[in-house]
Design a protein around this ligand. Structure first.
Ligand code: TXE
Length: 482
């Protein structure tokens, strides 16, 4: 699959003529190429977006909503092609792409098509003297940069509100998983989206990504990815006073009290630990279990996890696919070694999995459960972002709160208990942006999405994203007598 940039409504090769290899994680083999774009390509994209901005910003919410619905319909029309491309590009099971990634990308466009027609601002009356009203205006050209774990899901989660709000967009997917962004380009061409409204430029983070972040005509950057990268982006964008939305890493606690609904907790905890091979920033990778049920949980959880056998992602029976890249597999395996050196015991998994057949050279890691570590060791403090979780017992709320809040991150948390007072107490005290109680990954797109501490800055979702992608202007009209 030779992927091209989508600039000003056309599919273009990079000006440099340079391309990068694109790998299939399940086989470890190159299966296509993507543009290795640079600042020349970004300049072209920004110019196209600038030219398209006035008409797009002024065509009205209803018209923009219609275009977003057409994009959603276009993805739906090519649903299986998108799902197969996502699975092949990322290594995730085809069933996950079919059940989660592609349906959610469609929902993202549909949600913001509806949301923009309901979006409103405010007015403030100074009785007998003046009336203030707040205009919320589109910003201009904005940049959207997304990661490899949920490629189209997170790419569309940024593009949809940016477009709905009337901005024109220069967007870059991860160079590791570009395929569905390319298919999205073809949908935009198929539906006749006005040229320049959306521009998708492929390439590496250091070159293409940096060109977006530093471009003087790009007013805001919406980024999802690693905390280290977020720091780099902020160091460039902040002195240029660009608006920044940064959704970064996580090291989420999963807190299990003895009074929980045990069976539901166990089933959900397998998912919150290993969905997408543990490559979701919302996964609960640190599992804290009230001591009275720790041994029972340990046995039952390990029994369930040992049934999760990595396999060919294209097989609809597969529940565990490949991890996204060779270097990421090596990073995950290196953390398992660190855990052993820190005194951890591997209860199941712990090794690269050789799947055989067409996948004999693929990048697979066994789902891994580790116990016997301290809450403040590297394994429990650093984001691994793979199919690796730690489990440990706790005795009191105060103790588990200390464990849970002990990392530099604060993205999500999971809490299993039927004690209402405890739920409210911990909800206030847990340092996170999202808390799931007796569930995981239940998502209402109207809610604020994002984290605290080193998990990021700002919120996505609902009207929060429309607030981010607009500039508020207060207009004060005086009608007093003096
Ligand atoms: O993120 P990167 P990756 C975390 C997780 C993972 C780590 C790396 O820890 O291991 O991030 O994942 C572009 N200027 N999460 O490699 O490197 C890059 O091309 C501008 C959590 O995906 O941050 C890609 O498009 N752009 C996260 C995007 O940034 C740059 C989900 C993300 O790349 C750039 C995924 C630069 N200097 C990973 N460097 C979450 N919170 O959901 C890279 N990029």
């Amino acid at each position: 699959m030779q992927i091209l940039n989508y600039i000003n409504g056309e599919l273009l090769a990079p000006k440099s003529g340079n391309f990068l290899d694109n790998y299939e994680p399940a086989t470890g083999k190159v299966y296509g190429t993507i543009p290795d774009s640079d600042s020349e390509d970004i300049d072209l994209a920004v110019q196209a977006a600038k030219n398209a901005f006035p008409n797009w910003a002024n065509c009205g919410n209803e018209t923009r909503a219609e275009w977003l619905f057409k994009i959603a319909e276009g993805i739906q029309k090519h649903f299986q092609e998108f799902a197969a491309a996502e699975s092949r590009d990322n290594g995730k099971p085809i069933t996950l792409a079919q059940k989660v990634d592609i349906p959610r990308a469609i929902s993202n466009f549909e949600f913001y098509a509806k949301a923009i027609t309901q979006y409103h601002s405010s007015s403030h009356s100074m009785e007998g003297k003046a009336i203030n009203y707040t205009l919320r205006q589109a910003m201009g050209v904005v940049g959207c940069i997304s990661p490899w774990n949920l490629p189209l899901y997170l790419f569309s989660w940024k593009i949809a509100p940016a477009l709905a709000a009337g901005n024109t967009v220069v967007a870059k997917p991860s160079e590791i998983t570009p395929a569905t962004a390319f298919l999205l380009s073809k949908v935009c061409i198929e539906i006749g989206l006005p040229p320049g409204v959306l521009n998708i430029v492929h390439g590496s983070g250091g070159s293409t990504g940096t060109a977006i972040v530093s471009h003087p005509n790009i007013k805001a950057i919406s980024f999802t990815g690693g905390t280290a990268t977020g720091e780099k982006i902020a160091s460039i964008a902040a002195p240029k006073f660009k608006k920044l939305s940064l959704e970064l890493g996580g090291k989420n606690p999963n807190i299990i009290f003895a009074d929980c609904d045990y069976e539901k907790m166990l089933t959900t905890t397998v998912l919150s630990s290993f969905s997408n091979q543990g490559q979701i920033c919302l996964c609960g990778s640190r599992i804290f279990v009230e001591r009275s049920i720790y041994e029972k949980f340990k046995k039952d959880f390990v029994d369930r996890v040992s049934l999760l056998v990595p396999g060919d992602p294209s097989d609809s029976a597969t529940k565990m696919g490949a991890v996204v890249s060779k270097s990421h597999m090596e990073k995950i395996l290196s953390y398992i070694e660190i855990a052993k050196n820190e005194g951890g015991t591997i209860l199941t998994g712990g090794k690269q999995r050789f799947v055989g057949g067409r996948c004999e050279n693929g990048w697979f890691v066994e789902p891994t459960v580790i116990e016997g570590l301290s809450y403040d060791c590297r394994t429990n403090q650093e984001e691994i972002f793979g199919p690796v979780v730690t489990i440990m017992p706790f005795d009191t709320e105060e103790e588990v709160l200390k464990f849970a809040n002990s990392t530099r991150y604060g993205l999500a948390a999971i809490l299993w208990t039927n004690n209402l007072l405890r739920t409210h107490r911990l909800a206030e005290l847990l340092e996170c942006g999202i808390l799931w109680v007796n569930c995981w990954l239940v998502r209402d797109l109207r809610t604020p999405f994002g984290g605290v501490k080193d998990s990021g800055v700002g919120r996505e979702g609902g009207f929060e994203a429309l607030d981010f992608f607009t500039e508020p202007k207060n207009v004060c009209i005086y009608f007093g007598n003096n």
